[in-house]
Design a protein around this ligand. Structure first.
Ligand SMILES: [Zn+2]
Length: 186
């Protein structure tokens, strides 16, 4: 890690702080030559994951795209960038736990929906209505009713709303790999 001020190669770590979700580490550093202070964040980065789109094309996984989608769903909701980053990390942890080198976009969408549902119900509904492209008003209403039981008469039904039935593994045997989370030092 070189000093951004003078490009000296040696820096001293002043302190390290692990984020509350345990998924990132922030380090304050000081250049041993010019005493310039800065901080670095170590976080897990997903490498080499291909996303299989609905039309069958593949594209590299993009955190920026995930974050942009979340921000659209969380528009005007009361969260900081830090909250959103924590949500991104949680979603990426779930993606990593799949241990796949390729994942259909639907499988990633399901993970996003599962986490958004816990994070913010309004954002979940927004995301689901775009992502799932509810084919009819009735399906959409069922989802909303399931989330907001006080607003509906038949809240006794309970249980999670019906899911799209996408399988992350799509019938293929899991690919065995021994990739480990890569720690990126920025
Ligand atoms: Zn320096």
């Amino acid at each position: 890690m070189q000093c951004p001020g003078c490009h000296h190669q040696e820096t001293r770590v002043l302190d390290s702080r692990v984020s509350s979700d345990g998924l990132t580490v922030r380090r304050r550093r000081e250049c041993t030559k010019c005493a310039f202070r800065f901080s670095t964040v170590e976080e897990i980065e997903i490498l080499g994951l291909a996303v299989i789109k609905r039309d069958g094309r593949r594209e590299p996984y993009s955190r920026d795209k995930l974050q942009a989608g979340l921000k659209r769903a969380l528009y005007k909701r009361p969260y900081t960038q830090e909250d959103i980053s924590a949500l991104v990390h949680t979603i990426e942890r779930d993606i990593q736990l799949k241990r796949q080198q390729e994942l259909p976009s639907d499988a990633i969408g399901d993970i996003v929906m599962r986490q958004l549902k816990k994070f913010d119900k309004v954002a979940y509904i927004r995301f689901a209505s775009v992502y799932r492209q509810f084919s009819d008003v009735e399906t959409f209403k069922e989802e909303v009713d399931a989330l907001m039981p006080r607003m509906t008469k038949n809240s006794a039904k309970g249980g999670p709303p019906a899911r799209g039935g996408h399988s992350a593994f799509g019938g293929n045997p899991p690919i065995v790999n021994n990739r480990k989370p890569i720690i990126k030092n920025q």
